[in-house]
Design a protein around this ligand. Structure first.
Ligand code: BES
Ligand code: ZN
Ligand code: ZN
Length: 489
């Protein structure tokens, strides 16, 4: 879908050419382009300020039917996300016009403080991510474009080609995660969701095992099964493996896969329950990241462990007060059946660590409303006692603009998880610091491996769309973890 192009932006016959414009500097090398930009800036309504937009039809001397100008503000203030937003706006504009393709003129390198690779990647990413509509159940008003051409002023270096393929593939992974999350729970029971992962995983060359209830019972995944027991839709454990020859390090990724979180017997009230199909966003991000890694032949061993259940109230559901023995052997008193994510994660994590002895383990989960209270809807919480790992995640998030904020794991808060009758409870004794007590609960099941927990309850699913994403699932975590794997591991 993304294509690198070296066409002449002036002479080529196009339906739409999109040109980024800064307030204070020329971003392009072409004389005719700069002359046209100068002319446009003579209009009052367009100065190149951030988000300024103007469309100019059949400009003299150009062969494009229309030129779409998008302002990016002062050249020195341009960062990667501003470029993503710009790319997204350009595509959105072309989609609104029902066009089939757009050619985006990439700023020529010397006039920006960003390096050319990052510039190209960010524009491509914003454009590609914006070019998606969740159309499974409703025909979109304007369908996505067929092609997005990124026009370079210079000859396209071979490394730019592989860069564009990489960006395209990572975006495709992100979009796959979005599609899974946006799918309603009636069409993604654990078996169906696992089957959908299998189809794509096999095509990408991953090894996949889907474990059913019988296997889970035999192996003792009792806390995971306890969550699942209230639903007619039986659980699955998906294990994905990307094990390229010669790779040394193993990273385990664990994703919370609750296809619908009704809360169980502690039923969620109106206002909290409606969007709970999103409670498998961690699972979607993990599966999509592994598929992306296989497609791009990433040189790291990756294990994806994805527990998938539905959390429902029923005559067979677990009750508050029930005591369950975890895979690792500790007993847990269920204080609240709506704190189910941590129950499925501890079995999956303890098993993954024991089975694969990963160097690093990272779990992603829409785990707590408390994390959304703490950090809002756009920022994820990162919990780790490993400073280097936490820093690397935060850096990766700053790069991809999937922002992460480090949260504490204070030892003395652990006393809040105490139970009179079992080794631990599954909720804290106070309402406060719920994201922290959840993370501390998980920390009891990771032994001494390098581990980080990312609570994505806020940014996984948004009420409002933005420049490069519709309302609903964001695909948060795919770009983040891929960047982390490329830079840290
Ligand atoms: N799936 C929810 C967390 C959540 C909230 C995800 C908002 C996305 C948006 C989780 O299973 C949950 O219900 N957590 C409870 C824990 C409480 C019972 C200790 C919560 O956050 O209220
Ligand atoms: Zn819950
Ligand atoms: Zn949940």
């Amino acid at each position: 879908m993304l294509q690198l192009s070296t066409i002449d932006p002036v002479k080529s016959k196009l339906k739409a050419l999109a040109i980024p414009v800064a307030e204070d500097k020329n971003l392009h090398r072409d004389r005719k382009v700069n002359a046209l930009v100068k002319k446009i800036k003579e209009f009052k309504e367009f100065k190149g300020a951030k988000d300024d937009t103007i469309t100019y039809y059949e400009p003299h001397g150009f062969n494009s039917q229309r030129v779409i100008f998008i302002g990016v503000g002062k050249a020195d203030e341009i960062d990667l996300d501003r470029l993503r937003v710009m790319g997204g706006r350009m595509v959105k504009k072309a989609m609104d016009l029902d066009l089939v393709e757009i050619a985006i003129l990439v700023p020529s390198i010397k006039n920006l403080r960003l390096n050319p690779e990052d510039t190209l990647a960010a524009i491509g990413e914003g454009a590609r991510l914006a070019n998606h509509r969740f159309d499974k159940y409703k025909k979109p008003k304007h369908p996505p474009l067929k092609r997005i051409k990124l026009v370079l002023g210079t000859t396209a270096k071979p490394r730019y080609r592989s860069l564009i393929t990489r960006v395209d593939t990572i975006c495709e992974g992100t979009i796959q995660a979005r599609n899974w999350v946006n799918t309603p729970a009636n069409d993604k029971t654990p078996a169906v969701f696992a089957g959908s992962i299998k189809k794509l995983a096999q095509k990408a060359g991953l090894r996949i095992d889907i474990r059913d209830e019988r296997w889970l019972k035999k192996e003792g995944f009792n806390t995971m099964l306890a969550v699942a027991q209230g639903s007619q839709n039986r659980p699955r454990l998906v294990v994905l493996r990307h094990q390229p020859k010669g790779a040394k390090q193993t990273v385990a990724l664990i994703g919370k896969g609750v296809t619908f979180d009704a809360g169980g017997i502690n039923l969620k009230p109106t206002g909290s329950i409606e969007t709970m199909k999103c409670d498998m966003s961690g699972a979607a991000a993990v599966a999509a990241t592994l598929i992306t890694a296989a497609r791009l032949k990433l040189n790291t061993n990756l294990i994806g462990v994805i527990p998938i259940v539905e959390n429902m109230p029923s005559g067979t559901a677990i009750r508050p007060g029930d005591i369950v023995k975890t895979w690792a052997g500790k007993t847990v008193e269920i204080g609240n059946t709506d704190a189910e994510g941590r129950l499925i994660l501890i079995d999956a994590m303890a098993w993954a660590i024991d089975t694969f002895a990963p160097k690093v383990t990272i779990d992603m989960a829409t785990l707590t409303g408390a994390c959304v209270v703490a950090l809002g809807e756009k920022i994820a919480g990162v919990f780790s006692s490993d400073d280097q790992l936490a820093d690397a995640i935060i850096h990766a998030g700053n790069y991809t603009h999937e922002r992460c904020w480090r949260m504490p794991l204070p030892d003395d808060y652990k006393e809040q998880l105490k139970s009179e009758v079992a080794d631990t409870g599954n909720i804290g004794t106070t309402r406060w610091g719920g994201a922290i007590t959840a993370a501390l609960f998980l920390s009891e099941f990771v032994k001494d491996t390098r581990w980080a927990h990312i609570d994505i309850a806020g940014p996984a699913f948004l009420k409002k769309g933005n420049a490069y994403g519709e309302a609903g699932a964001t695909g948060f975590g795919v770009r983040l973890i891929y960047r982390l794997l490329e830079t840290f591991i």
